[in-house]
Design a protein around this ligand. Structure first.
Ligand code: BV8
Ligand code: ZN
Length: 246
């Protein structure tokens, strides 16, 4: 199967799931996690930044790191890949966008309500009482590796934490349920820009494959999802996705 066959498959499908990871935002200028030279985990330690324990031990370091990442996302724009995903909604009867990304580039490209499996950089909440908190309105104090003290909760004075899912934390139940239901009901799942290494999210394309859906994969590099993919479409998302829709 090649790009043309994959395009035909998409055209004829009733329910498509698009499952995205950091790679779809790479060409917008948002660093991925696991790419060898440019990935965040090549320069930062996940255990000391992306866990609840890290936040308890050094809240200023963790809050500062997420502020730095939030400011990067605010400065960049959706790319042709995000735009193609938004356009796909107008071409097929049903589209569910499921993302592991904590940026808002799908929304800004016009995808109505992407399912955020790992939360969002734009939805901070209290670490104590869990109430949602406003984004800080202070001038940008962030910078790579710079500590920034988190704001305090207006209700209980607890520390405000980023609204993302850290390692060892459960994914939001409604999001995971919606994702699992869509994956088991779709006829095509398009996986884009994910290494497929982080669970339970990486179960989503596997679930679709087990339920009989065709799995189309867009990624410039091999991934553990290669064996379950009906077709691998190598290349950057901002090039391959628009080509798939023409
Ligand atoms: C849970 C949010 C249970 C925060 C993230 C073994 C050992 C230790 C732990 C585990 C284990 N097995 C399972 C676990 C649990 C763990 C896990 O999966 N660990 C893995 C890494 C081993 N999972 C969890 O902890 C999860 N929770 O299991 O809870 C539980 C049960 C009961 C009670 C309590 C708990 C929670 C995981 C959530 C972690 N949060 N992020 C933040 O952003 O800081 S994860 C992080 O990885 C990212 O945010 C992202 O969401 C996720 C996946 O990464 P990708 O998006 O795929 O990015 P990556 O860099 O890896 O890959 C990029 C890809 O793009 C590459 O393939 C590249 O080739 C490609 N690419 C590059 N450029 C382009 C491109 N593609 C297209 N176009 C391009 N231009
Ligand atoms: Zn509170």
């Amino acid at each position: 199967m090649d790009l043309n066959d994959a395009a035909k498959l998409l055209e004829r499908s009733r329910h498509v799931v698009v499952f995205t990871g950091a790679g779809i935002s790479a060409e917008s200028g948002v660093p991925t996690f696991r790419d060898a030279l440019t990935g965040l985990w090549s320069r930062f330690d996940a255990q000391s930044l992306a866990t609840a324990q890290a936040f308890r031990e050094d809240p200023d370091l963790v809050w500062g790191w997420y502020e730095w990442r939030r400011r990067i996302v605010q400065r960049v724009h959706p790319n042709q890949g995000h735009l193609a995903v938004a356009r796909l909604a107008t071409l097929v009867p049903q589209l569910t966008v499921i993302t592991q990304n904590v940026d808002d580039l799908h929304e800004r490209a016009g995808s109505a309500s992407p399912v955020h499996l790992h939360g969002s950089l734009f939805a901070p909440r209290c670490a104590t009482c869990a109430r949602p908190a406003p984004l800080p309105s202070t001038p940008d104090q962030s910078g790579e590796g710079r500590r920034v003290p988190p704001p305090r909760c207006a209700h209980c004075d607890g520390l405000i934490r980023p609204g993302v899912v850290w390692f060892g934390e459960q994914l939001p139940e409604p999001a995971l349920e919606t994702a699992a239901r869509a994956a088991s009901a779709c006829d095509v799942l398009l996986t884009v820009g994910t290494s497929g290494l982080v669970y339970p999210a990486a179960e989503i394309p596997r679930l679709a494959a087990r339920s009989g859906a065709a799995v189309l994969q867009v990624n410039p590099r091999p991934t553990p999802l290669d064996p379950i993919a009906t077709v691998n479409l190598p290349g950057p998302a901002a090039e391959v996705l628009p080509a798939l829709l023409t």
